[in-house]
Design a protein around this ligand. Sequence first.
Ligand code: GRF
Length: 207
Amino acid sequence: MRERLPIAVLVSGSGSNLQAILDASADPRYAAEVRVVISDRPGVRALERAGHAGVSTEVVAWRDHGDREPFTAAVCDAAERHGARALVLAGFLRILGPEAMVRFPDRIVNIHPSLLPAFPGTMHAVGEALAHGVKVTGVTVHFVTEEVDVGPIIAQEAVRVLPGDTEAALHARLHEVEHRIYPEAVDALARGALTVAGRAVVWKEDP
Ligand code: GRF
């Protein structure tokens, strides 16, 4: 069997996407292995989930670094200490500086709860989609570049907005999609099945 790609999953909160990746990686055919879970804050549920799965954790607190550059360096150092060769952002509420893209080129991915380029930004995509009155929103998995939420798109799936939807109800349906497509995208990355060609990401099924 081929070697699995060691990854670091970066979190700030509940970690349900982390859980989906941990569950998928329980299958030995899954191409990625979670080596470490890195949080920018202590005490979050995602760290508990990592603990239950027997995965190492690190807290790299923003306040200990004070600025984006030293914070980014500390996150990359923590990932590398555990042998990770890709960064998987799963509800991570900090923006990484350019050093991360240099140290993990085409190896940083994120999931976002809208159909980018609609409703970018780390905090309010679901509420903004509802407030805008869109009839369809969705989920995007993309490569992380220096500019927030504009990196090459790896996968997208639409979710209908229903009459009377609340932010919580809509986010719950978005999460269901996320938990399916994010582990698949991370597996494809780890298998070497994703090629970035300009803005486009091409999936090869059999690398
Ligand atoms: C997800 O909706 C993801 O798209 C966004 O943050 C949320 C994280 O949820 N970036 P969880 O922590 O994985 O449950």
